[in-house]
Write a new protein. Structure first.
Length: 272
């Protein structure tokens, strides 16, 4: 049973969540994905600030035998709040809140429950860590239902400020801080103008090619020398680039597989 929960949580948490966000943006709701991405990044930064600000222990801190070595490998930083639970709730419940479909609410609830249960079964969080993470995740999930429209200076000034903050961080800052700043900068700057594919063959093709492009860039940037890629500002730029490539570059490259702008105009006329 323990190996089952490890299979769920031992994947790179950030990479899995980014993969889901990329697919949601490309295949379901470009604008919704952008808004959810902003809230996801804010949730990520909030979680990081609370974790390292409070610096509360995990169950295995005083009792190392309580959790296996593999389980401890999934434990990122101090205990409260649970990052897996908070980020999972932000992502899955955020999609459900935007789409307002019963089946998606059920799926989101199951996914969040599995994540929360896995952290308890693996003995890497206290119940209070899970509860706080869940409550924060719900707040940011419903924040994703707000429509965020920016342009001009309100689009690029915050991006510049976020990258400047990343550049000024001390070298000892937790890696999660520049990652969160980069995600927020990328999603804030993203301005999706495409329509998602309408047929399942095209959805499968766009999803597969989109993930291939994004993760090819991820691994390429990860191959940079450690002296460069571990700089806080470079780490923030890497994640900002991943987001912008996913939301702007991939749709541009795959334009023949996406609905034409004329279809957007006809749809807008029909809705009017």
């Amino acid at each position: 049973m323990t190996s089952f929960w490890l299979a769920i949580t031992n994947l790179g948490r950030d990479e899995v969540f980014i993969m889901v966000l990329v697919l949601y943006t490309l295949l379901v709701s470009p604008v919704g994905g952008r808004n959810l991405g902003v809230m996801f990044a804010l949730s990520y930064l909030t979680n990081t600030a609370l974790k390292f600000g409070l610096n509360l222990p995990r169950p295995f801190t005083d009792h190392p035998e309580a959790a296996s070595a593999a389980a401890k490998a999934t434990a990122l930083g101090p205990g409260l709040p649970s990052g897996h639970t908070q980020m999972g709730a932000t992502l899955w419940l955020g999609m459900a809140a935007q789409q307002r479909r019963t089946w998606l609410w059920v799926l989101a609830g199951v996914m969040v429950a599995l994540l929360a249960a896995s952290r308890l079964i693996l003995v890497v969080h206290y119940p209070s860590d899970i509860l706080v993470g869940l409550l924060l995740g719900v707040v940011f999930a419903f924040g994703a239902t707000m429509y965020l429209q920016v342009g001009g200076l309100t689009r690029w000034l915050p991006v510049a400020a976020l990258l400047l903050v990343a550049a000024l961080l001390p070298a000892t800052a937790p890696r999660e801080i520049p990652v969160g700043l980069g995600l927020l900068a990328g999603f804030w700057a993203m301005q999706p103008t495409f329509l998602p594919p309408r047929t399942w063959p095209k959805r499968l093709l766009v999803g597969a090619l989109g993930l291939l492009i994004v993760f090819a860039l991820h691994f390429a940037l990860g191959a940079l020398p450690h002296a460069i890629k571990d700089l806080n500002v470079v780490r923030a730029l890497r994640y900002a680039a991943l987001v912008l490539v996913a939301g702007q570059g991939v749709p541009l490259l795959l334009r023949p597989l996406l609905p034409a702008h004329t279809e957007r105009s006809e749809r807008q006329k029909a809705e009017a």
